[in-house]
Design a protein around this ligand. Structure first.
Ligand code: GUN
Length: 314
């Protein structure tokens, strides 16, 4: 059962009236989180006489990564962080990226470090991610952070899964006992989200099915999801017939699809065929403007947490 936000009543998935889905406003939810974080940042800065610091490392010229990093820098500065981007050229040797991370680990003015992925092919992403101090791992991708999440005592939770959970909570979706079907087992979204939503506690306690490229008859499983999360990185892979009527659909995909009718030559597409899905789901996140803004907001939330913890530990 899905609790309707506006009417505070329950809609049966099976006997749902024919309506089009509510479009979830990720930007508005992210604004709320960012405003909460900005209050915390201002309190932190007043107490300590310096702002919390977040440094993002970008290696190379991947165009979508550059856009994401600009967004992170802008949002962190707006929230009052000492935001910094270190942009290294594509050919930077692995050892130099490692040395950059180690220098940031030792810098007391930097409380959070994020190395934007993907990294150029000659750099081992796992090596770099593992080199970040777990105390500054605001991306939540260090093996210690992931292990703590698995152990049920989370340190830093990866921003996109945390953002998806926040969307579901803000939208009043009852997760306890719900069947959440996640498509995609990537380390940034699908895998950590499966752990996050299946743990005990509020905003979780769901029955989670994690689908991947080895899943047989994907549609048969996706149609069972009260909540369906698409995180496959494959444009419009989830079609309307794969969605349970009345399901809540969360689209964590962003792909650039060639589109000669657009001035820039491409459009952004999610992993869900939106026009079809909107006729079947009860609520759905758009692309852009759904999950993406929450990823940035939750990164800021993690970064404030890192700064507070660092000062408590000092
Ligand atoms: N690239 C796309 N999403 C992310 C993210 O959440 N963290 C990092 N480090 N890189 C990304």
């Amino acid at each position: 059962m899905l609790r309707s936000k506006s009417e505070n009543c329950c809609i049966s998935y099976a006997r749902r009236p024919e309506i089009t889905a509510r479009i979830i406003d990720g930007k508005a939810i992210a604004e709320k989180v960012r405003a909460e974080v900005a209050i915390g940042v201002s309190k932190f800065s007043a107490e300590h006489g310096f702002p919390p610091g977040l440094t993002v490392v970008l290696v190379g010229d991947d165009a979508p990564s550059a856009v994401y990093v600009r967004g992170k820098e802008k949002a962190s500065t707006e929230a009052g962080f000492k935001g910094q981007v270190i942009h290294l050229v594509d050919s930077t040797p692995e050892a130099e990226v490692l040395a950059t991370v180690q220098r940031l680990n030792a810098d007391d003015t930097v409380h959070g470090i994020l190395v934007q992925l993907p990294l150029p092919g000659h750099i081992d992403s796992d090596l770099i991610t593992s080199a970040i101090s777990p105390a500054k791992d605001v991306d939540g991708l260090h093996p210690v952070s992931l292990g703590m999440l698995l152990a049920g005592s989370p340190g830093f939770i990866p921003a996109t899964p945390l953002g998806i959970q926040r969307i579901l909570v803000e939208e009043g979706v009852e997760l306890s006992g719900a069947h959440v079907v996640i498509c995609g087992r990537g380390s940034l979204v699908g895998r950590p989200l499966s752990v996050l939503l299946s743990q005990r506690g509020s905003g979780a306690n769901a029955t989670v099915t994690l689908c991947h490229t080895g899943t047989r008859d994907l549609a048969e499983i996706t149609r069972q999801g009260d909540v369906l999360v698409a995180a496959m990185g494959k444009a419009e892979a989830i079609t309307g017939d794969m969605i349970k009527p009345g399901a809540v659909v969360i689209d964590a995909g962003t792909s650039r699809v060639d589109d000669p009718t657009r001035k820039r030559g491409y459009r952004l597409s999610g992993d869900v065929a939106f026009a079809e899905a909107v006729e079947v789901a009860s609520a759905i996140t758009p692309v852009p403007g759904g999950v993406g803004p929450l990823t940035i907001a939750m990164l800021l939330q993690n970064s404030l947490k890192a700064a507070i913890r660092a000062l408590e530990a000092a």
